[in-house]
Ligand binder design. Structure first.
Ligand code: ELE
Length: 217
């Protein structure tokens, strides 16, 4: 379970996407992979999400596909059936944590308060989405709420207002496993078929992440 999360966060950056139809799945996956970015979070914010996940999983085995905005049992099952390797949510629901644990499915809840972190820790969660990262107060806020839990080895995936302008700062935080965001492949870019723009954004994000993570590499 934790392995899929380690793989997913290894790139340092996770594109969060909203895809309206399965017809866009191939070009999207290819654009990201051509830029070297082998991970994507397909959110259940469109009706096509499960189909898009299944398509990418089937056609692009090199892509680690996660499911985003998984906030109920039905979507958790659909994500797992479609072949997603992990799921994330904007918030924390103890019931969803239990359902995911029963299913043996890697699940990353969102956390924004010390109570969220405690509720997750209680159920064995160590990786949290930190959402909405920038509006909530950015790095100083993350440091402040995570400080009391220093002995628990928590890792965070900040999303919400993260972009090329602040990605480097986030990734320099030792507790940040990866950043996530829609800026790499926005809904508008996917809709208009701006695959060159997506390739460019993905390549730029990956380069910046590597500079921080592995300056010698
Ligand atoms: O749907 C989820 O599972 C979420 O947690 C929310 C998304 O990650 C953010 O909406 C991304 O925010 P932006 O990059 O600022 O557009």
């Amino acid at each position: 379970m934790e392995n899929s999360l380690l793989e997913a966060t290894a790139f340092g950056v996770i594109p969060v996407v909203e895809v309206d139809g399965v017809a866009e799945a191939d070009a999207l996956a290819e654009s990201l992979l051509e830029a070297g970015l082998g991970v994507v979070e397909v959110t259940f914010r469109t009706h096509a999400a499960a189909e898009v996940i299944a398509r990418i999983v089937e056609r692009y085995p090199d892509m680690i596909v996660g499911a985003g905005t998984v906030i109920d049992q039905r979507d958790l099952h659909r994500a797992a059936e479609a072949g997603a390797r992990f799921a994330l949510a904007p918030g924390l629901s103890p019931r969803m944590l239990d359902l995911a644990a029963e299913a043996g499915f890697a699940y990353v809840p969102g956390a924004m308060t010390p109570s969220d972190l405690q509720a997750g820790i209680e159920r064995g969660i160590r990786t949290f989405k930190f959402f909405p990262a920038m509006p909530a107060g950015g790095i100083p806020f993350l440091r402040a709420i995570s400080a009391p839990f220093a002995l628990h080895g928590l890792r965070f995936i900040p999303t919400g207002g993260v972009s090329v302008t602040n990605l480097g700062e986030w990734l320099r935080e030792p507790a940040v496993a990866a950043v996530g965001g829609t800026w790499i492949a926005s809904r508008a870019m996917i809709r208009s078929g701006d695959w060159a723009g997506i390739r460019r954004n993905a390549g730029e994000a990956l380069r910046m992440a590597r500079e921080v993570r592995d300056p010698a590499g």
